[in-house]
Design a binder for this molecule. Sequence first.
Ligand SMILES: CC(C)(COP(=O)(O)OP(=O)(O)OC[C@H]1O[C@@H](n2cnc3c(N)ncnc32)[C@H](O)[C@@H]1OP(=O)(O)O)[C@@H](O)C(=O)NCCC(=O)NCCS
Length: 183
Amino acid sequence: MKDSAHLFSGSGITARLRDGRSVTVRAATARDAGDVSAMHVRCSTETVRHRYHSVPPMTGRFLAQLLGTEIALVAVAPNQAVVALANLGRDDGDAGELAVVVEDRWQRAGLGSALLDHLVGMARLVGYREVYTVGLPGNGWYRTTLARHGRTRLERSDGHDTMRLWLRSPPVRLPQRLGATAA
Ligand SMILES: CC(C)(COP(=O)(O)OP(=O)(O)OC[C@H]1O[C@@H](n2cnc3c(N)ncnc32)[C@H](O)[C@@H]1OP(=O)(O)O)[C@@H](O)C(=O)NCCC(=O)NCCS
C-alpha cells in the first residue's frame, strides 16, 4: 500500500520479477500511446483477446481511452519498451473495473499480480467501495489474485465471469424505525 501511494505521482518504482528481470512501474501518460500500441502488436492474439474479449484496432481514440482511465499504470522494461498495462476505471459511484495485460514474453514472472496488487492498493487509497474484473470463462488468474485481498464474489453470466472484491464492508441495513424488528 505504501508503495502504491508513490504511483500517483513521480517517476515510479522498480519491481524485481521472479525471473530476475526488473521493470519500472509508473503512472501512464498520453505520451505512452505509441509504446502501448507497440506492446499490443507484440502480444499474441490470445493475450489481447483475454484482455479485451476481442482484438480491437489500436486507434488513437482507443489508446486515449486506455490511458485515460482513472488509474492507468505501465510497466517499462530497461530498454524503455512498455511491457504491461494496468487499468482501473471508475463506474458511476464508488466501484471500478480492473484490467491488466502483460506482454507474453513477460508473463509468469509475477508482473501481472504486482500490477493488480498496486491497482487494489490505489483503489483503497482513493476510497473505492468495490473493484471487479470481467474475464472470459476459464481465465482463473484474476480470481486467485483478487481473492488474496479480501472477500470476493464470482458472478457467471453468458460468456463472462465477473469477480468482485469488496474493499469496504457493505453498509449494515438498520431497521427503518427503531424497534421495527422487536416482536
Ligand atoms: C493474466 C495476466 C495479466 C497474468 O500476468 P502474469 O504476469 O503472467 O501473472 P503472474 O506471473 O503474476 O501470475 C501469477 C499466477 O497466476 C496464475 N496464472 C498466470 N497466468 C495464467 C493464465 N494465463 N491462466 C491461468 N493461471 C494463470 C499462475 O498461478 C501464476 O503463478 P505461477 O506462474 O506460479 O503458476 C497475463 O497472463 C495476461 O496479460 N493475460 C491476458 C490478459 C488477461 O487475461 N487479463 C486478465 C483479465 S483483465
